[in-house]
Design a protein around this ligand. Structure first.
Ligand SMILES: Nc1nc2c(ncn2[C@@H]2O[C@H](COP(=O)(O)OP(=O)(O)OP(=O)(O)O)[C@@H](O)[C@H]2O)c(=O)[nH]1
Ligand SMILES: [Mg+2]
Length: 441
């Protein structure tokens, strides 16, 4: 049943001052009344102090409960929030009592899923709830909050409105096919459609850096053995994560760590040195390095300051995107291009962070994080679908064209936007979006 009562812990389990448990669905108030002493019908949305008891009347804790009658709740259903002391016992016993009183354990993301089904949030906003919780850098949190507050949704709704307008204009054309220049000139319809197509193109262009912002840009430290990659990895993280020795071939397997460069989220990867090694295990490590090189948003190519770039290194730069980092700048003056750094003196580390962040987040820096942007592949795929449907619709417009086919493709484009916002009932899309959520969301 879709609206059966569900209950789950909304805070992380473990030692804490407080824990919050949520119950939502038809019958949530009856479930709560079985556990909360003196649970009363009034007043809504006001926290009330009460004793919580298990089915056999044993006291569990004293805490606060708040009643949110539908539709004025997160899920749009009757909802109760109970807060008790944290730790291992009180929250678990409170939850068990609520389950015994008839609430089922919630599935991943089920609270937010219900909010979407009840029209409290659209799908793009629901994704932002997950992004806000998962944010590790301030810019990620700001972008998620903007999306949650409807920044992207509003932009998509405007596009949808324009498409509906084009469909309306087109229906005149279909209804009065014999009038030579019809009540609406086809050029006007074409202009409206082309306008939407261009606005979609501008949104699609935000996808690479916005997806990067959400996931963290992948920066890969690569170069010859002993170039100082692992030392730089540790220095940039501010922690000794990777082994460093004077023996070439120290790093065998890639290591990844999350950090931020001046507030911009990055995934930093240290890799095995690239050379023709006779050692089988080292060769396997080098294959991993190659895969990282091709997946990188930016390669930080480490070359000792004292020497010229070899052809292997020049090839990596040519393939790009890469930034040449001249390591061990305390030992020699950098020869040729690249940014000099030293992990001994700390020289160049700040500049490197700045240059790398500027390279991978250039357009987010110029746009600011408060512009609608496509933060997921799902958004990009939907809008690319809409874009090609619009191109098809334009190709059937005008002399010799078929307005019915134009209308059909316009419809497809609108459907792509609807699926993106979750306006149509698409269980499969919902399943995919909420698979990554935790049970209390
Ligand atoms: N003087 C100086 N020595 C450095 C610097 N960076 C690294 N080294 C030394 O260079 C040697 C190799 O450093 P690593 O960081 O292990 O080099 P790597 O590129 O990870 O090497 P592999 O994992 O073998 O490919 C070590 O002896 C480091 O102490 C630096 O900035 N200045
Ligand atoms: Mg190493």
């Amino acid at each position: 049943m879709l609206s059966d009562p569900i209950a789950a812990l909304a805070t992380p389990p473990g030692r804490s001052a407080l824990a919050v448990v949520r119950v939502s669905g038809a019958g949530a108030f009856e479930v709560a009344a079985a556990v909360v002493e003196g649970f009363r019908a009034a007043p809504p949305r006001v926290a009330t102090l009460a004793t919580f008891r298990s089915a056999d009347g044993e006291p569990i804790d004293r805490g606060l409960y708040t009643r949110f009658p539908a539709p004025h709740s997160y899920t749009g259903e009757d909802l109760v929030e109970l807060s008790c002391h944290g730790g291992l016992f009180a929250p678990a016993r409170l939850l068990a009592a609520l389950h015994a009183a008839g609430a089922r354990p919630a599935a991943r993301g089920e609270f937010t899923r219900r909010a979407v089904l009840n029209g409290k949030l659209d799908l793009v906003q629901a994704e932002a709830v997950g992004d806000l919780i998962d944010a590790v850098a301030p810019v990620q949190a700001r972008a998620a909050l903007y999306q949650l507050e409807g920044g992207l949704s509003r932009r998509l709704a405007e596009l949808r409105d324009s498409l509906i307008e084009a469909q309306a204009l087109l229906s005149y054309e279909i209804d009065f096919p014999d009038e030579d220049d019809g009540p609406v000139p086809p050029e006007r319809i074409a202009l409206t459609i082309a306008g939407v197509r261009d606005r979609i193109a501008r949104l699609v262009a935000t996808a690479p850096s916005a997806e990067r912002l959400r996931e963290g840009a992948l920066l890969v430290l690569a170069g010859r053995p002993n170039a100082g990659k692992s030392s730089l990895f540790n220095a940039l993280l501010g922690a000794d994560r990777a082994l460093v020795t004077e023996v070439p071939g120290t790093t065998r397997d890639a290591i990844e760590a999350h950090t931020d460069f001046l507030g911009w989220p990055v995934r930093l990867a240290d890799t095995a040195g690239l050379w023709d090694s006779p050692d089988r295990i080292e060769r396997l490590g080098i294959e991993v390095s190659q895969r990282y090189l091709s997946a990188a948003d930016l390669v930080l190519l480490c070359v000792e300051a004292g020497r010229e770039l070899g052809p292997d290194e020049a090839a990596i730069v040519a393939e790009g995107p890469a930034l040449v980092v001249r390591t061990k700048a305390d030992l020699a003056r950098p020869a040729g291009e690249g940014l000099g750094v030293s992990v001994v003196t700390g020289e160049g580390l700040g500049e490197l962070r700045e240059a790398a962040a500027a390279r991978v987040f250039a357009d987010r820096m110029s746009l600011g994080d408060l512009e609608p942007a496509l933060t997921r592949e799902r958004h990009r795929t939907a809008l690319l679908g809409a874009q090609s449907a619009l191109a098809d619709s334009l190709s059937h417009l005008g002399p010799g064209g078929d307005p019915v086919l134009t209308a059909h493709h316009l419809h497809q484009a609108t459907a792509a936007l609807d699926e993106l916002l979750g306006a149509v009932d698409v269980e499969e899309v919902l399943d995919r979006v909420f698979a990554g959520f935790c049970v209390g969301k």
